[in-house]
Design a protein. Sequence first.
Length: 198
Amino acid sequence: MKNISKKELVKLYEEMSEDTLIKLGVYDEAKELYEEKQKIEKLKNERIEKAITLVKEAQELLNIYRLELKITPARGIQVIDKVKANIPNKTEIGNGINYGKKTQQIKYRIPILQTLEDLGGSGRVNEVLNFVYRKMKNILVPVDLGELPSSGEIRWRNTAMWERYQMIQKGLLKSDSPRGIWVISEKGKKYLKEKVIE
């Protein structure tokens, strides 16, 4: 059989028996092309999985830093600071939130550490935040319970997430914990003991 394309040979290998392909004199070539196609497919799938993982990690970082990606044919990929892009004007400030009244971010530190200790050292994000809310509900003010104009996220949850980031920077929480899990470090345990004693 002459003038058979690679694509056709692969199709023959997939559809015909080994004996038939041997009789046609194309078995070895068809098998080699089929195996090559399988390797390419496997590599493609591995790369897609890797890309998906990277995109998820990038999305998590963009959320932490309150950034977003804008992709345009003319400018390519742009990173936009959602905070700066959504700075309210004087009218909005006058009619909306008094930004000085929200609960200070540092106030979340001890409740987060206490919650993680109560949970045995680690916990999933929503579980931790639910416990933190119970510990802080008597000190949270109406502004804390409102939504952020930029994302619709509840303000106190957002503040707690930012405090978690600060705590990682200071070594109070582990930076290498699995995604979606908050883990107290030895330094965090020591910090909590010292602060509770005070």
